[in-house]
Design a protein around this ligand. Structure first.
Ligand SMILES: O=C1C[C@@](O)(C(=O)O)C[C@@H](O)[C@@H]1O
Length: 150
Protein backbone atom coordinates (compact mmCIF):
# COMPACT_ATOMS: atom_id res chain seq x y z
CA UNK A 1 0.00 0.00 0.00
CA UNK A 2 1.35 3.46 -0.87
CA UNK A 3 2.20 5.89 1.87
CA UNK A 4 -0.34 8.61 2.56
CA UNK A 5 0.50 12.32 2.54
CA UNK A 6 -1.99 14.81 3.94
CA UNK A 7 -2.04 18.24 2.29
CA UNK A 8 -3.72 20.68 4.67
CA UNK A 9 -4.58 24.27 3.84
CA UNK A 10 -5.90 26.67 6.42
CA UNK A 11 -8.12 29.75 6.42
CA UNK A 12 -8.71 31.78 3.28
CA UNK A 13 -6.64 29.49 1.10
CA UNK A 14 -9.91 28.39 -0.55
CA UNK A 15 -9.73 31.89 -2.08
CA UNK A 16 -6.37 31.33 -3.77
CA UNK A 17 -6.53 32.87 -7.24
CA UNK A 18 -9.14 35.44 -6.20
CA UNK A 19 -7.69 36.86 -3.00
CA UNK A 20 -4.98 39.53 -3.28
CA UNK A 21 -3.56 38.05 -6.53
CA UNK A 22 -0.66 40.52 -6.36
CA UNK A 23 0.49 38.58 -3.28
CA UNK A 24 -0.85 35.07 -3.80
CA UNK A 25 -1.04 34.81 -7.60
CA UNK A 26 -3.82 33.69 -9.95
CA UNK A 27 -3.64 29.92 -9.48
CA UNK A 28 -6.42 28.31 -7.48
CA UNK A 29 -6.40 25.79 -4.66
CA UNK A 30 -7.80 23.26 -7.14
CA UNK A 31 -4.70 23.85 -9.30
CA UNK A 32 -2.48 23.31 -6.24
CA UNK A 33 -4.22 20.11 -5.25
CA UNK A 34 -4.22 18.72 -8.80
CA UNK A 35 -0.49 19.44 -9.15
CA UNK A 36 0.32 17.78 -5.83
CA UNK A 37 -1.86 14.77 -6.63
CA UNK A 38 -0.09 14.34 -9.96
CA UNK A 39 3.33 14.52 -8.27
CA UNK A 40 2.25 12.14 -5.51
CA UNK A 41 1.26 9.59 -8.15
CA UNK A 42 4.62 9.94 -9.87
CA UNK A 43 6.38 9.27 -6.56
CA UNK A 44 4.12 6.33 -5.70
CA UNK A 45 2.49 8.24 -2.85
CA UNK A 46 -1.18 8.74 -2.05
CA UNK A 47 -2.42 12.29 -1.44
CA UNK A 48 -5.38 13.45 0.58
CA UNK A 49 -5.99 17.19 0.27
CA UNK A 50 -8.23 19.21 2.60
CA UNK A 51 -8.83 22.88 3.34
CA UNK A 52 -10.64 24.44 6.27
CA UNK A 53 -11.23 27.91 7.63
CA UNK A 54 -11.57 26.43 11.13
CA UNK A 55 -8.73 25.82 13.57
CA UNK A 56 -10.39 22.84 15.31
CA UNK A 57 -11.00 21.10 11.99
CA UNK A 58 -7.31 21.40 11.14
CA UNK A 59 -6.43 19.99 14.58
CA UNK A 60 -8.83 17.06 13.95
CA UNK A 61 -7.22 16.29 10.59
CA UNK A 62 -3.72 16.43 12.08
CA UNK A 63 -4.83 14.04 14.83
CA UNK A 64 -6.34 11.71 12.20
CA UNK A 65 -3.04 11.73 10.34
CA UNK A 66 -1.42 10.05 13.37
CA UNK A 67 -3.21 6.86 12.39
CA UNK A 68 -2.21 6.50 8.78
CA UNK A 69 -0.12 9.30 7.26
CA UNK A 70 3.63 9.33 6.64
CA UNK A 71 3.73 13.09 6.26
CA UNK A 72 1.83 16.35 6.40
CA UNK A 73 2.32 19.32 4.10
CA UNK A 74 0.58 22.26 5.71
CA UNK A 75 -0.09 25.87 4.89
CA UNK A 76 -1.77 26.98 8.10
CA UNK A 77 -2.52 30.47 6.71
CA UNK A 78 -2.96 33.04 9.47
CA UNK A 79 -3.07 30.28 12.10
CA UNK A 80 0.68 29.92 11.56
CA UNK A 81 1.11 33.10 13.55
CA UNK A 82 -1.39 32.40 16.32
CA UNK A 83 -2.14 28.73 16.87
CA UNK A 84 -0.53 26.85 19.74
CA UNK A 85 -3.30 24.25 19.22
CA UNK A 86 -2.07 23.42 15.71
CA UNK A 87 1.53 23.31 16.96
CA UNK A 88 0.50 20.92 19.76
CA UNK A 89 -1.35 18.67 17.31
CA UNK A 90 1.68 18.59 15.00
CA UNK A 91 3.92 17.80 17.96
CA UNK A 92 1.75 14.71 18.56
CA UNK A 93 2.29 13.60 14.95
CA UNK A 94 5.37 11.44 14.43
CA UNK A 95 5.77 11.71 10.66
CA UNK A 96 7.33 14.38 8.47
CA UNK A 97 5.91 17.92 8.61
CA UNK A 98 6.62 20.45 5.87
CA UNK A 99 5.28 24.01 6.11
CA UNK A 100 4.44 26.03 3.01
CA UNK A 101 3.64 29.71 2.59
CA UNK A 102 2.78 31.03 -0.85
CA UNK A 103 4.09 34.49 0.03
CA UNK A 104 7.41 35.41 1.64
CA UNK A 105 6.12 35.96 5.18
CA UNK A 106 9.49 37.45 6.20
CA UNK A 107 9.10 40.31 3.73
CA UNK A 108 5.64 41.20 5.01
CA UNK A 109 4.19 42.67 8.24
CA UNK A 110 6.18 41.81 11.37
CA UNK A 111 3.26 39.80 12.84
CA UNK A 112 3.74 37.32 9.97
CA UNK A 113 7.44 36.77 10.70
CA UNK A 114 6.85 34.27 13.49
CA UNK A 115 5.23 30.89 12.85
CA UNK A 116 4.37 28.52 15.70
CA UNK A 117 4.25 25.71 13.13
CA UNK A 118 7.90 26.33 12.22
CA UNK A 119 8.84 25.15 15.73
CA UNK A 120 7.76 21.67 14.59
CA UNK A 121 8.25 21.73 10.82
CA UNK A 122 11.06 19.65 9.33
CA UNK A 123 11.26 22.21 6.54
CA UNK A 124 9.70 25.53 5.60
CA UNK A 125 9.11 27.02 2.14
CA UNK A 126 8.00 30.63 1.79
CA UNK A 127 7.74 33.01 -1.12
CA UNK A 128 7.90 30.50 -3.97
CA UNK A 129 4.25 31.07 -4.94
CA UNK A 130 2.27 27.90 -5.46
CA UNK A 131 5.44 26.19 -6.71
CA UNK A 132 6.24 25.87 -3.02
CA UNK A 133 3.70 23.07 -2.72
CA UNK A 134 5.33 21.10 -5.53
CA UNK A 135 8.75 21.62 -3.97
CA UNK A 136 7.39 20.38 -0.64
CA UNK A 137 5.98 17.28 -2.37
CA UNK A 138 9.38 16.57 -3.91
CA UNK A 139 11.12 17.04 -0.57
CA UNK A 140 8.56 14.79 1.12
CA UNK A 141 9.16 12.07 -1.46
CA UNK A 142 12.90 12.37 -1.03
CA UNK A 143 12.67 12.20 2.79
CA UNK A 144 10.52 9.08 2.38
CA UNK A 145 13.19 7.50 0.20
CA UNK A 146 11.16 7.76 -2.99
CA UNK A 147 13.97 9.40 -4.95
CA UNK A 148 13.37 12.07 -7.58
CA UNK A 149 10.86 11.63 -10.36
CA UNK A 150 11.54 14.28 -13.00
O1 LIG B 1 -3.31 33.29 4.80
C1 LIG B 1 -2.10 33.48 4.73
C2 LIG B 1 -1.32 32.82 3.70
C3 LIG B 1 0.12 32.54 4.04
O2 LIG B 1 0.20 31.36 4.83
C4 LIG B 1 0.85 32.25 2.71
O3 LIG B 1 0.59 31.21 2.13
O4 LIG B 1 1.64 33.09 2.24
C5 LIG B 1 0.77 33.69 4.79
C6 LIG B 1 -0.05 34.05 6.02
O5 LIG B 1 0.56 35.13 6.72
C7 LIG B 1 -1.44 34.47 5.61
O6 LIG B 1 -2.22 34.75 6.75
Amino acid sequence: MSQLIRLLNGPNLNLLGQRQPEIYGRDTLADVEAGCRDLAGRFGLELRADQSNHEGQLVDWIQQARADAAGIIINPGAYSHTSVAILDALNAFEGIVLEVHVSNIHKRESFRHHSYVSLRADGVIAGFGIQGYALAMRRMASLLGKGDAA
